[in-house]
Structures are given as C-alpha cells and as structure tokens.
Design a protein around this ligand. Structure first.
Ligand SMILES: C[S@@+](CC[C@H](N)C(=O)[O-])C[C@H]1O[C@@H](n2cnc3c(N)ncnc32)[C@H](O)[C@@H]1O
Length: 288
C-alpha cells in the first residue's frame, strides 16, 4: 500500500529531505503533498515506481548518480511567471537599468543573470525590460543569462514556447504582441529576444561551478528554501560574481544583510542589495 499523503517524519521523507539538502541545497517543504504534485507523479511514472517507498528503496540501492539528481530536480519548487512581482520589475525598469546603462556608457556592455530561472519567464522578462530600456541607445552588447538546477526547466526555457496559461500569468497584452508569435495553441518567444538570452544548467551549491559575472542579478524565491549555512555560502559566491557597482534583487519578503556582504538600498517600492565595498579591495571571506 502506497502513501496517500506526505507523511512528515516518515523514513522516506527524511531520506528525501537529506538528499535534496545535500545535492540541491534546498529543504523539502514538509506540508507538500507529494502525490498530488504532477512533477513527482511524472517522476514515479518515468522511473516505473508505484510508490514513494519503492522509489526511495531504489535510491538507497543505487550509488549516487542520475537517478538521485532526477529526483532532486523533480522535488524543487519551480513556480514562476512573467514579470513576477510588479514592484520588482518597476524598479528594474525605472531605477536599476537606467543606473547601469549610465554606469556602462563607456563600454556599452550589460549582463543580467536570472539565477534559479525555472522555466525562463524571469529571464525573458528581463530581456524585454532591457531591450526597452536601450530603445534610444545604439551600439550596446547585452545579454541575459538564465540558470537553473533542473534540466527539464532549462529545456523549456531554451525552447521559448509557452502555453496560454503561462502567458496569462503576468505578461501584458502589449508585450505579448510585441515579443511573441502564436502557433497553434502555444506562444513562441521571438528570435530577437532569444538571441539575447541563453540558458544553462547551474547548481548554485556546486562548489566546482563558477558563477557568471553580472551587473544585475535576480535571485528570487530560491534561497528561501535553503538552510542558513547553504544560503550564506551561495550569497558569498554571489557577492564575488556581482560587479562592484551591480545590484542583487531578491524575492518578496527575502532579504540579505551586511553579514552576507551586501548593503540594502531602498529603490522604488522594493529593497535591492549592493555588494559591500571591502577595504583594500580584498574580497570578503564568507565561506563556511
Ligand atoms: C520557485 S522557482 C523561482 C523562479 C524565479 N526565480 C521566480 O522567482 O519566479 C525556484 C527555482 O530555483 C531552482 N533551484 C533550486 N535549487 C537550486 C540550486 N541549488 N541551484 C540552482 N537552481 C536551483 C529550482 O529548480 C526552481 O526552478
């Protein structure tokens, strides 16, 4: 008999929780109903496992490898939408992009990074905002990088194909018309935008992975699932990868402080974060 609900404290839950923390850095949400989660149902189906118990038994018997990574990726929360949180994009468009455009007028290069981009909506929203911010400028080279732990998310993001449901979540009609083509039941991101956006699989807690250098980083709704030690380790690395005059944007109700090497600044309706200037230009050591 298989479990019909997410049983907090069960041996399987403990095992899966340790695995997601070790491999993906995130904590499992205890109240999450595993068997009503389509991604988990899909995973059980793909792995031909009838129950969570069966899957965990198989994980225990197999040396850590693709099966474990697939399971961890399926357990990550992937909710997202275009232009998620109006206040954030208002600030990106009205304050952060104009400031960075000013700061980079000497070399006309801009890099934005959507870290934990899920299925790509955040990265494409950034690309739309950047393209529009540079409308009256010439000679700029700019790109948006989207990265995520989950290969399936990256494949969806790279395809640039979205359902009507995805579109209805946050994309204004004027931008839909300007940047998407409809074919049959789906919407395709236009080629101009796609040329400026690239995606790659990147595990934020993999110590062997280098973070891209960026002027503006959106790291939203990712670290809230991490424990404090994992969170600090990611932020320490993020601080080094952000340009000294760059901006870090977190999710609603997420914050970073001086202890993480960032300085909060009120910008429009939200707080954004700048890397703290370290004396003698030495990078701060926040490693754990
Ligand atoms: C809730 S979504 C947030 C998406 C987007 N940033 C937003 O706010 O709409 C969190 C994303 O973080 C990704 N994620 C979780 N752990 C990660 C890790 N260790 N490295 C990279 N991405 C991770 C998940 O796969 C998921 O796509």
């Amino acid at each position: 008999m298989g479990p019909t609900a997410w049983e907090t404290g069960s041996e399987q839950v403990t095992y899966l929780g340790e695995m997601t923390r070790r491999i993906g850095g995130f904590e499992l949400e205890k109240e999450r109903a595993l068997l009503s989660d389509p991604r988990v149902m899909d995973l059980l189906f793909r792995e031909k496992a009838g129950t969570i118990e069966e899957l965990v038994a198989r994980l225990r018997q197999t040396p850590e490898g693709p099966l474990h990574y697939n399971v961890v990726e399926s357990l990550a929360v992937s909710d997202t939408s275009f232009f998620r949180d109006n206040g954030v994009f208002e600030t990106v468009e009205k304050d952060l992009l104009p400031c960075m455009i000013d700061n980079r007028s000497h070399n006309r290069k801009l890099t934005l990074w959507s870290a934990g981009c899920s299925t790509g909506q955040e990265a494409y929203s950034l690309a739309i905002a950047t393209k529009e911010a540079l409308e009256l400028e010439t000679g700029w080279t700019w790109k948006v990088i989207g990265t995520d732990l989950c290969s399936k998310n990256i494949r969806t993001a790279e395809s640039g194909v979205y359902s009507q449901f995805d579109i209805n979540c946050g994309l204004p009609a004027s931008r839909l018309v300007a940047y998407f083509d409809k074919r049959k039941d789906h919407w395709y991101v236009d080629e101009f935008l796609k040329k400026h956006v690239s995606f790659q699989k990147l595990n934020l807690v993999d110590s062997n992975v280098a973070f891209p250098k960026a002027d503006i980083v959106l790291l939203r709704n990712v670290l809230k699932y991490f424990n404090p030690a994992r969170r600090s380790a990611v932020l320490a690395k993020m601080r080094q990868s952000l340009m000294p005059d760059g901006f870090l944007v977190m999710g609603e109700n997420e914050s970073v402080g001086k202890e993480d090497g960032f300085e909060p600044i009120q910008s429009g309706k939200i707080t954004v974060f700048r890397p703290l200037i370290i004396e003698n230009n030495k990078p701060a050591d926040f490693s754990i």
